[in-house]
Design a protein around this ligand. Structure first.
Ligand code: SAH
Length: 242
């Protein structure tokens, strides 16, 4: 009689929190997105029921259908796990799902997850707040409903790292807006596709070339001086200090 909103982390099952893994193991029903890796689903009981609400044409296409499904499952089963990629409250619409459950009088609880916003850059060896290079991070969606509102022009700031989720299809527009906003076209960029999965791929470039990179979703785009750092570089830096 409780719906748990569980963060599945960015990929590998061993990046699920211990609490999240426990909830998955206890679940009678698991409602998951397409981004959730098979290895995470394999943590569940063999007799658990799985419902894929990934944006498949014709099935659970709207958020309200997902909300209604969670409410009805929450009334029927002891333990329902709503499994979401990364962290449930980072662009996962987890807040809306919790509100719908609350309005229907169904108990819910949230279990944090490792978000791809930070684990993605880390997969490429990028410390997004490297001292001296970045004073902070802006995490933003690249997905805009309807018309392009020029929002990225206002995000041009050489002192901050920019981490863009859902930004692959708008990457050319994002790059040109940032350059119009005053960011150098030589600003380092790194695109991490399917971080922490067997399909992981890392592409480095500079901002002016972001639009023409051959990359596909799901991916994290990191823009800023830190994006030039890599594990190899960090190790070289450390050993030169010794
Ligand atoms: N709640 C999720 C984000 C959901 S939005 C989280 O905290 O990570 C979906 C977007 O997340 C994707 O379009 C992509 O930009 C990013 N994403 C999620 N998992 C990813 C992964 N393993 N590698 C790269 N990007 C990922």
């Amino acid at each position: 009689m409780t719906v748990y909103l569980v963060g599945a982390g960015p990929g590998d099952a061993d990046l699920v929190t211990v609490r999240g893994a426990r909830r998955i193991t206890e679940a009678d029903v698991i409602v998951h997105d397409r981004l959730v890796e098979r290895s995470v689903l394999e943590l569940a009981r063999r007799d658990a029921e799985f419902i894929d609400v990934g944006k498949e044409p014709g099935r659970f296409t709207s958020q309200s259908m997902i909300n209604d499904l969670l409410v009805s499952l929450g009334r029927r089963f002891d333990t329902v796990v709503r499994l979401k990629g990364g962290d449930p409250f980072v662009f996962g619409r987890g807040g809306e799902e919790m509100m719908a459950l609350r309005d229907a009088g169904v108990a819910s609880e949230v279990v944090p997850g490792v978000t791809s916003a930070f684990a993605g850059p880390l997969a490429a060896g990028i410390p997004v707040t490297h001292r001296g290079l970045s004073r902070g991070v802006t995490v933003v969606t690249g997905h805009v409903e309807g018309h392009d509102d020029g929002y990225f022009r206002r995000l041009a700031n050489p002192d901050l790292s920019l981490v863009v989720l859902m930004g692959v299809s708008a990457r050319a527009s994002i790059a040109s807006q940032l350059i119009e906003g005053g960011l150098s076209s030589d600003t380092p960029v790194c695109v991490i596709e399917s971080a922490w999965t067997p399909r992981e791929s890392v592409t480095r470039a500079v901002l002016r070339d972001l639009g023409s990179l051959n990359v596909s979703s799901p991916a994290i785009i990191v823009i800023g001086a830190c994006a030039a750092l890599s594990v190899r570089e960090l190790m070289a830096e450390t050993s030169s200090l010794v």
